[in-house]
Design a binder for this molecule. Sequence first.
Ligand code: NAG
Length: 284
Amino acid sequence: MRRARLALSLAAALATSVTAIPTPYNYEQAPLAAVESPGFVFGHPGQRVNVSLYVMSRCPDARMCESVFEDVLKHEGILDQVDLKLEFLGDIDRHAAYGVDCMHGDVECAGDAHQLCLAAHTPLEQFYAALSCMNYGNFPGAIGTIALTRRCAETSGIDWWASGVGKCVEGKRAAMVGRYTQRLAALTGEGYEPRPKEWDTEDEDAPLEHLGKEARLRLADSVRHTKKVGVTKSCTIEIASTLKHDKTRRCVVDGGVWKGCDDGHTAADFVRVISKEWKALNPT
Ligand SMILES: *[C@@H]1O[C@H](CO)[C@@H](O)[C@H](O)[C@H]1NC(C)=O
């Protein structure tokens, strides 16, 4: 009898919590996931083409590159042909709030780190949808606030805590509390509110927020890598090449101007180059 009642109320709680979870991609824009990816079904076996975007999260030139690559990734089959990485520009500085100096301030460092967390814990398609969401609208706006990153993650269908993104961004303690609250809400039937009202304050002038340890490590690693490969401009696009003599195709957007893009700089140009490189890596 008691057991039956418990089962009933549990079922009710589950039903509430399920209906409270929003449909992914339900507002602002429906970037990549709306696009069919036949490659996902049939699979492109073999090696992928390494592509790196060297960026800064609050840099307008970076936004330009990322927007072109949004179109590149929408192109049929490309998602399965690339290994796309975002790398960040900055200087290691142990006196800085997050251990790195970023050109557009500490809040940019936070934004960089958030994007690295998204990239590390979600599939490319979802990561890129969240990235495009962050770039959308009044740029650079609230980039670097947890509020914006979390909203963009959740509208891209990413479960903030279960994915590991939330823990990376906010740290271990916040993740423990967050996951507990999420579970409790589901059990008590109050429903899991994925986006409380207070998150609407995406205020770039708010005090600096705590940044998780994993996020800091990823940021430091990334800026070190960028220094090591000698990239000094955001945005720099690098496509690893087995066809070109110097092994890499580099292309820069500087002050809104494309530079050194021998193979062109439209989405169609990048698609063509990537397909060519992929075919060279995966001869039939
Ligand atoms: C891509 O980069 C990884 C290292 O990040 C390297 O091990 C791999 O060989 C590269 N692949 C190609 C095809 O260049």
